[in-house]
Design a binder for this molecule. Structure first.
Ligand SMILES: Nc1ncnc2c1ncn2[C@@H]1O[C@H](COP(=O)(O)OP(=O)(O)OP(=O)(O)O)[C@@H](O)[C@H]1O
Ligand SMILES: [Mg+2]
Length: 333
């Protein structure tokens, strides 16, 4: 594999849910790549399609959801062309996922040791039970869990420890890609901090690529080299993290997310958000789906959907930058 071949390559991907009200498109025409040892962030408000995209990558879509167009390649393999048995091996060995809820990812009636040994042995049949236990202990050590906690059941561990276990299992078979769907959202800030540090350290020591899903701009900024911003199922901006914090051009939604980062000053903590709420994917506004909430809205925004184009150092889908020589001021606030 060439050094610049992506570990994950999503091309023109659309995903729809079949509901009683008809087909609802939750992901539309998404293009995204993650390269070797890269951490790419995927950010957007609730309902923007982040988890749907993650499940599509893992080929785990359920409940009437399906890929309606596009391709997903992991290590150059078309994920949707794999036979069921190859897909089973492909998961964990080549790609794995850390789900939004650690509790639901663990089996409540098995000890941590049993679940780790089961996962290891079902994919590495040559491992003896003793070797699998040894490997499980090493993995837990990597995420700073003492081996004597191995005999615990999930409910006997704190939320942070459970999430560490889930991360240890996700990397157990050395996958090239780990999709992490809000891995720290349910945890308090201090625990969140230590898990982020651990993810960073693991990524350096073990070496794998991460698609890191979050709605927290500051987390993503800290961890990722590039960030895709999703709104109403579409990637509306793709930029380097450095670029996101520069004064170069940004999608108004990205600006809003950036401002929504809590600001802590000596006197107080304030949060400046984006007015309004994201649209229902079954009833998307015409034109740019963000226009009802956008302070820079122009007539064109209500009729024509902007396509992604390169603007300065980013890729942005916004009519503001059709002629980027025009300096824009908000039309209304
Ligand atoms: N089973 C389903 N049937 C119909 N629509 C669904 C289903 N699951 C999700 N959706 C719709 O798909 C859209 C995207 O949902 P998704 O869970 O991918 O968003 P998300 O970005 O992960 O949100 P969150 O930040 O809350 O996790 C939502 O608008 C949701 O209403
Ligand atoms: Mg989600």
């Amino acid at each position: 594999m060439l050094a610049d071949t992506p570990v994950l390559e999503v091309k023109d991907l659309s995903v729809a849910y079949e509901t009683r009200q008809g087909s609802v498109q939750a992901v539309s025409d998404v293009n995204l790549s993650v390269f070797r040892n890269e951490i790419v962030g995927l950010i957007g408000e609730s309902g923007s399609g982040k988890s749907t995209l993650a499940y599509a990558i893992m080929r785990l879509l359920r409940g009437g959801a399906g890929v309606t167009s596009g391709t997903i390649r992991v290590l150059e393999e078309d994920v949707y062309a794999l036979s069921p048995e190859t897909l089973r091996q492909f998961r964990w060995n080549k790609m794995s996922m850390v789900f939004q809820s650690a509790m639901s990812a663990l089996n409540p009636v098995l000890t941590i040791e049993q679940q780790m040994v089961d996962t290891l042995r079902s994919h590495r049949s040559q491992l003896s039970p003793a070797q699998a236990r040894q490997r499980a202990a090493e993995l837990l050590q990597l995420v700073h869990i003492r081996p004597d906690r191995m005999r615990s059941f999930p409910h006997e561990l704190s939320g942070g420890m459970r999430q560490r276990v889930v991360i240890a299992i996700a990397i157990a078979l050395n996958p090239a890609l780990v999709v992490m769907d809000e891995p720290t959202t349910a945890l308090d800030v201090v625990v969140q901090r230590s898990i982020l540090d651990e993810i960073q350290a693991l990524q350096r020591i073990v070496g794998f690529s991460i698609l890191f899903i979050s709605h927290d701009f500051s987390l993503v900024a800290e961890l990722c080299s590039r960030v895709a911003v999703m709104y109403a199922g579409r990637v509306v901006e793709l930029a380097t993290t450095q670029g996101l914090f520069s004064s170069s051009a940004h999608h108004p939604y990205t600006e809003g997310l950036r401002k929504a980062v809590p600001r802590v000053t000596a006197a107080d903590v304030s949060i400046e958000g984006i007015p309004g709420t994201p649209p229902d994917p079954a009833r998307l506004p015409a034109g740019c789906a963000f226009h009802p909430r956008c302070a820079y809205k122009m007539a064109e925004c209500t009729t024509t959907r902007p396509s992604l184009r390169t603007v300065e150092n980013a890729t942005i889908a916004c009519h503001l930058f059709a002629d980027k020589s025009i300096a824009q001021e908000p039309r209304h606030v």
